[in-house]
Design a protein around this ligand. Structure first.
Ligand code: AHM
Ligand code: MG
Length: 336
């Protein structure tokens, strides 16, 4: 019989000396949240969840009804279990401390409950991204500052992809495994063990409508991909994809390779990029590195960044190692 996700985690935790079962319990609550979200996303218009909520989040972005609903699902599914000290979400300005009626635990949960939500009304894949950190030793009531840990400190990172099938992909720092939701039995089943990103690729993903705002190294890289063999700059031709759902984009890269870029641009000088370090860049970089890929801003490894605030944005360049390294080398002024 194929392994389900909870069984997989319990067996993995057995190898960790001193593991108390708290992490397994927390993950099991996160899995429940993702199953409920999958249900709501798939029902869509039938249960009246599409469209705008008529509100704005901390980023000043218009919230979809499902942004609000999925944020609530994540909180309600995970706050009661006694595994968390606090959580933080892309959709909430401040951290969410665990209410007094529940026991507190040692973990911090960080999440983007519905990434790519601009796709929801047009029935294109969306996802949930999450990251688990440890609360600093001896801190029972964490503040936002306690969340500001570099990505290398993540205990676990994962995403759920609500596509033609629902998948959950995760790492605890020991490779990357993918599970598919069998909705008949309500379980995520291990279908993609030990996912690896091929080091070379002929596929790139970037929103080219921002081209005029990019820096020179990214301009050069994309221009060479577009020219392919004909420029003499590259030895191969490239294909391009842009789903505008980072989860779908990263999943494609984990499956068949590729490079994804939301680079630094000059569109809004107040923002270093579009994607958020804590909710998007760090968890995805942990997964990508664990699958043998690379993740960088172009200037530094994403997982090494010391966060300065909860909603910080960073440039993101991730995927097949040799292509990411090429883009980094262009940032260093090197010509390969
Ligand atoms: P969101 O968290 O508000 O959904 O924004 C993040 C999404 C990513 O999934 C995706 O890669 C990117 O925004 C798309 O941005 P754009 O619409 O500029 O192409
Ligand atoms: Mg997002």
């Amino acid at each position: 019989m194929s392994k389900n996700l909870v069984q997989f985690i319990i067996e993995e935790q057995r190898h960790i000396p001193g593991a108390s079962g708290n992490f397994t319990g927390l993950l099991s609550d996160v899995i429940t949240a993702c199953k409920i979200i999958a249900h709501d996303v798939h029902k869509g218009a039938l249960i009246g969840v599409l469209g705008s909520a008529g509100s704005e989040n901390i980023q000043g972005e218009t919230q979809k009804k499902l942004d609000v609903i999925t944020n609530e699902i994540f909180i309600r599914s995970t706050e009661w279990g006694g595994h968390l000290a606090a959580m933080a979400s892309e959709e909430m300005e401040d951290i969410y401390p665990i209410p007094g009626q529940y026991p507190k635990g040692k973990y911090l949960l960080v999440f983007d409950p519905l990434d790519g939500s601009s796709n929801i009304d047009v029935n294109i894949s969306v996802g949930t991204i999450f990251s688990i950190l440890r609360a600093p030793e001896g801190i029972a009531n964490p503040t936002a500052t306690d969340f500001l840990q570099p990505g290398t400190k993540q205990v676990c990172a994962g995403y759920a992809l609500y596509g033609p099938s629902t998948m959950l992909v995760l790492t605890t720092g020991n490779g990357v495994n993918g599970f598919t939701l069998d909705s008949d039995i309500g379980e995520f089943i291990l279908t993609h063990p030990d996912m690896c990103i091929p080091p070379d690729t002929q596929e790139f993903a970037i929103n080219t409508s921002n081209q005029r705002f990019w820096e020179e190294p990214v301009q050069r890289y994309v221009e060479e991909c577009v020219q392919g063999k004909s420029s003499g700059g590259r030895e191969k031709n490239f294909n391009m994809r842009w789903v505008a759902s980072m989860v779908a984009e990263v999943h494609r890269i984990l499956t068949r390779g590729g490079i994804f870029m939301y680079p630094k641009d000059t569109k809004d000088p107040a923002k270093a990029g579009k994607l958020r370090l804590m909710y998007e860049a760090n968890p995805m970089s942990f997964i990508v590195e664990q699958a043998g890929g690379a993740a960088s801003t172009g200037r530094e490894r994403i997982l090494d960044i010391q966060p300065s605030n909860l909603h910080q944005r960073v440039p993101v360049i991730l995927g097949s190692k040799n292509e990411v390294e090429r883009v980094i080398s262009y940032h260093q002024g090197a010509y390969v």
